[in-house]
Design a protein around this ligand. Structure first.
Ligand SMILES: Cc1cc2nc3c(=O)[nH]c(=O)nc-3n(C[C@H](O)[C@H](O)[C@H](O)COP(=O)(O)OP(=O)(O)OC[C@H]3O[C@@H](n4cnc5c(N)ncnc54)[C@H](O)[C@@H]3O)c2cc1C
Length: 382
């Protein structure tokens, strides 16, 4: 059986689901094909910056989103060597810390099974004339005017339609977890990132009782460890952050996530004919700025606007690339260069870095945040 759609989206992560919302609002007939069998209940936290929250406002989901997360009024940057380096005070829109599963559940909530299909295995994709065709393992074939690859870092859509990219391993790996720790922090609305020797620890509440944390450390890639071994290693690394060690101690070991940190070397090869990439599939970034999901959501917003203007035609995808390329790749570059200063080991390097960070001109810092937090989605959006 062949089914006809305006847009087929491969990948039902944060980017793909947001894209479904924007395109549905613009009146398109869409289908999201997600490989996993259902929504994942496990996962870590995420910080949603004001640019991402602006997109939720546009999707008319902000009022539902805010009670699911935890506002952060202040984020401190510290180092184990020099103490407080900088403070980011929230303006009118605080960062929202939220469990990733809650975010995905909200985005999936009212899409319905006629839009969002789980447990999908794609066996073939091709562009033919003015249509794209996607064949599934169950024999179904879907035809669409456009195909969007929102299928993450190791995108199948990218492998099929685009030249190979360069994956860059950052030299660091990460553990992420959620601790049951009500009352542990003096002010639950203040989060922090602390730079230690060869490692870094960050945390923030995501609910009144739960603290999301991450720990990044120098490591060769693809080291396999059991959850218990990850926890033991994390506790060992926390010797550098003794005050915060109870957070890691109070973590459910079974849900600890171990991820190597990689990105895609910046490339603007995201659009070809009737196929486009978005989110991590197009411009995966290291998580140093907490902007990966936010950029995927901005992509979705931009696609909604360009398709609304140009219809489901290749010209809309070209317009989308023109709108998004500069900012998304700027984030990848900024984040990559930030990486090199977080894990310094030599005391003199740490002291010099800490001095420089403390003395970054306020205007420069402000301009950088202003660019990061302003949605770059083009067309009618100011
Ligand atoms: C340690 C860490 C911390 C982070 N912290 C933050 C943060 O605080 N704030 C922030 O904004 N970002 C953060 N990010 C980045 C953020 O997680 C990603 O940028 C974001 O999830 C990208 O969304 P996406 O939808 O493009 O891709 P993904 O989230 O990877 O989603 C891709 C989806 O596609 C599906 N899929 C894959 N292949 C196929 C296929 N062949 N067929 C069908 N479906 C497929 C997958 O199952 C998945 O559901 C962090 C990332 C890491 C690693």
């Amino acid at each position: 059986m062949v089914q006809e759609w305006d847009v087929i989206i491969v990948g039902g992560g944060i980017g793909g689901l947001s894209c479904a919302h924007f395109l549905r609002r613009a009146g398109f007939k869409i289908r999201v094909l997600e490989r996993s069998p259902g929504l994942n209940e496990v996962g870590a936290g995420l910080q949603l910056a004001p640019n991402a929250q602006a997109a939720f406002k546009e999707m008319k989901l902000l009022d539902d989103l805010l009670p699911l997360g935890w506002p952060m009024h202040k984020v401190e940057l510290r180092s184990t060597r020099s103490g407080l380096l900088a403070t980011m005070e929230a303006g009118a829109e605080p960062l929202l810390a939220i469990h990733r599963a809650q975010l995905q559940k909200l985005l999936a909530r009212d899409l319905g099974s006629e839009i969002l299909q789980f447990g999908v295995n794609i066996t073939a994709m091709r562009e033919e004339g003015d249509r794209v065709q996607v064949t599934l393992q169950n024999g179904e074939t879907l035809t669409g005017k456009l195909l969007i690859g929102a299928d993450g870092l190791r995108s199948q859509v990218r492998s099929q339609f685009f030249p190979p990219v360069t994956f860059r391993y950052s030299g660091t790996s990460s553990y992420r977890g959620i601790a049951q720790a009500p009352g542990l922090l003096k002010d639950p609305h203040v989060g922090a990132e602390i730079w230690g020797p060869g490692c870094r620890f960050g945390y923030s509440h995501i609910t009144s009782a739960e603290i999301y944390w991450y720990l990044t450390f120098d490591s060769p890639p693809q080291e396999q460890r059991t959850p218990a071994a990850c926890h033991a290693h994390a506790l060992q690394l926390m010797e550098s952050f003794p005050e915060q060690k109870p957070i890691v101690e109070r973590t459910n070991v079974a849900h600890l996530i171990h991820t190597d940190i990689s990105d895609i070397k910046p490339t603007a090869n995201w659009v070809r004919g009737r196929v486009a990439l978005m989110g991590d599939a197009a411009h995966a970034t290291t998580p140093n700025l907490g902007q990966g999901a936010a950029q995927a959501i901005e992509d979705a917003w931009a696609l909604g606007l360009t398709l609304q203007k140009f219809d489901a035609e290749p010209i809309a995808l070209e317009a989308y690339l023109a709108v998004r390329e500069d900012k998304a790749l700027w984030i990848v570059r900024q984040s990559w260069s930030f990486q090199s200063i977080c894990h310094l080991k030599k005391p003199w390097q740490q002291s010099l870095r800490d001095f420089c960070v403390k003395h970054v001109p306020a205007g420069l810092q402000k301009a950088s945040f202003a660019r990061m937090y302003k949605p770059e989605v083009g067309l009618s959006h100011p």
